[in-house]
Write a protein that binds this ligand. Structure first.
Ligand code: SAH
Ligand code: DHB
Ligand code: MG
Length: 223
């Protein structure tokens, strides 16, 4: 089993089940043209996020790590009328590209893009109160434990918290790693395991983005 085969199967799934879409394609093309790293979720992963948000009946969605807005578009399209998505991005170049992509997708009235460091913007959001029905954590990996703490603070019983990139080619099991990303992911997993207010799992993924995984936590208690 090779990565080339995973990628082919991913393309097959996308062709079969995740039809092309002008706004999503433009989001990828403009991100590439602007030199953004190609680290957005894949089409099938984007659609998974969309389905989970619909399943959740999410009216308020929080995303940490916007990049060019590709996952933002998938998630925002799951919102009902009057819904809202807050997405946080630290890099002004990424935020500029994302803003245009969100506008082109006709989602600018639903999406509130906050330019700033994740931890700073989250502290502001936490001070303001209110709960998110779904949070997607997909920014820098060393801060995942802190992002998860804020995601919990900003949740209610029934909220869903999804974390991208929790496997990293299997390096997650390297307990001796000093890579800050791996240390962050491992600390997050320990936090998740010890957190009585959530029911959580993680799923390994292979495909066009290589070998990685998602963690999913359902908040089962009052926060
Ligand atoms: N969710 C996007 C991909 C996000 S890539 C998608 O699937 O389409 C990660 C993003 O997080 C990058 O744009 C990066 O600039 C941003 N980022 C990195 N560190 C950050 C921080 N401390 N605060 C906010 N955003 C950060
Ligand atoms: C990286 C970040 C991501 O969010 C991702 O999905 C893949 C790679 C990275 O920083 O390398
Ligand atoms: Mg990611």
């Amino acid at each position: 089993m090779t990565e080339a085969l995973w990628t082919e199967v991913d393309h097959y799934i996308n062709r079969m089940l995740v039809p092309d879409d002008a706004a999503l394609n433009a989001a990828i093309e403009s991100s590439n043209a602007a030199g953004l790293p190609p680290i957005n979720v894949t089409p099938s992963q984007g659609k998974l996020l969309h389905i989970l948000a619909r399943l959740q009946g999410a009216r308020h969605i929080l995303e940490i790590g916007t990049l060019g807005g590709y996952s933002t578009i998938w998630l925002a399209r799951a919102l009902p009328e009057g819904g809202r998505l807050v997405t946080i991005e630290a890099d002004p170049r990424h935020a500029d590209v994302a803003r245009k992509n969100i506008l082109r997708a006709g989602l600018d009235l639903l999406v509130d893009l906050r330019l700033g460091l994740g931890l700073d913007v989250l502290a502001e959001l936490a001070a303001g109160g209110g709960a998110f029905d779904l949070t997607f954590i997909d920014a820098d990996k060393q801060n995942i434990p802190e992002y998860f703490k804020f995601a919990l603070k900003l949740a209610r019983r029934g909220s869903l918290i999804i974390v991208d990139n929790v496997v990293r080619d299997g390096r997650v099991i390297d307990s001796k790693s000093h890579d800050p990303d791996i240390v962050g992911i491992r600390r997050f997993n320990e936090m998740l395991a010890a957190e009585p207010r959530v029911s959580a799992t993680a799923i390994q993924t292979v495909g066009a983005k290589g070998y990685d995984g998602f963690a999913i936590a359902l908040v089962t208690e009052d926060i």
